[in-house]
Design a protein around this ligand. Structure first.
Ligand code: PAF
Length: 281
């Protein structure tokens, strides 16, 4: 499988596709794992043409070290994709191909969805995500695009962006895939040493216990309980745990009937930042 390297080549291939060829897009930053494989499999099952993009997008990183250390594994990625289906097309541009010399994100109004949680702690992150996704959508013009629920806030923001910009693409969220200890699959897990990776099952265990607590306890008590669990843990430093409305992502102060809530967490294991979330009701 030879990856497509340039926008020009991609656009030529795109314009030669039959007008009725349903196109599914799976945007990724590479270092693919079973979570990505689940998105790619779903795209293959639901579309005639599938395009996977692999691009570590610099405009969504607020931390140079995180960008520099982001894992890459193109050879393995291409094999994983070909194992799902040899007919998948893969677009692997360079930064200069994507941005020329203008490596700065566009500014978006995401109606406040970007002001909390990841948006609060990662300056400009969602402007960078919006910039690359809008560019990929305009180059590829997919019918459907697939995103993992591990980045639930990202998923809601991309849905909001397509709604605001009236982009003709359906956004599908896919369930989180977990390692055997419950740790949410992430390319960053590669950077954890094996013993810490094993211990990091604690993050999901805490979310599951928080869900149980939330059944009988208040928002405040559930949050306080999670804070305490991490305060007492020697290996992990919690950045935030938030209980938020799944639609607006507004952090909850108290439970309101008929609102669906999710618990969102960001944790540092040494310098490696891990995120996860769980449906609470
Ligand atoms: O979730 C990711 O891997 C990235 O944020 C995405 C959606 C591929 C945009 O660069």
């Amino acid at each position: 499988m030879l990856p497509i390297r340039t926008k020009k080549e991609l656009q030529e291939i795109r314009s030669n596709l039959a007008p009725n060829s349903k196109i599914g897009l799976v945007p990724t930053m590479g270092a693919l794992h079973s979570g990505h494989a689940s998105l790619i499999k779903k795209a293959v099952a639901e579309n005639k043409t599938v395009i996977v993009t692999i691009f570590v997008n610099p405009t969504q990183f607020d931390n140079e070290e995180d960008l520099q250390k982001y894992p890459t594994a193109l050879h393995d990625d291409l094999r994983l994709i070909a194992d799902v289906s040899p007919n998948i097309m893969v677009f692997v541009p360079t930064t200069s191909e994507m941005y020329q010399s203008n490596v700065i994100p566009k500014k978006y109004d995401f109606h406040g969805l970007d002001k909390v949680m990841e948006g609060e702690f990662r300056d400009n992150h969602f402007n960078g995500v919006g910039t690359i996704i809008e560019t990929l959508f305009s180059l590829i013009r997919p019918d459907v695009a697939y995103f993992g629920e591990k980045d639930f806030q990202q998923l809601r923001i991309i849905q909001k962006m397509t709604e605001i910009l009236k982009l003709p693409v359906k956004i599908i969220g896919c369930p989180i895939v977990r390692e055997s200890n419950g740790l949410a699959m992430s390319s960053r897990n590669e950077r954890l040493d094996p013993s810490l990776r094993l211990k990091a099952g604690f993050i999901y265990d805490t979310l599951v216990a928080a869900k149980q607590k939330f059944g009988t306890e208040s928002v405040h008590n559930t949050k306080e309980w999670v804070d305490n669990e991490f305060e007492n843990h020697p290996d992990f430093k919690m950045e935030y745990f938030e209980i938020a409305d799944v639609e607006t992502l507004t952090p909850a102060k108290r439970k309101i009937e008929n609102i669906k809530y999710r618990g969102f967490i960001a944790v540092y294991a040494n310098s490696i930042r891990l995120i996860d979330n769980i449906a609470l009701n």
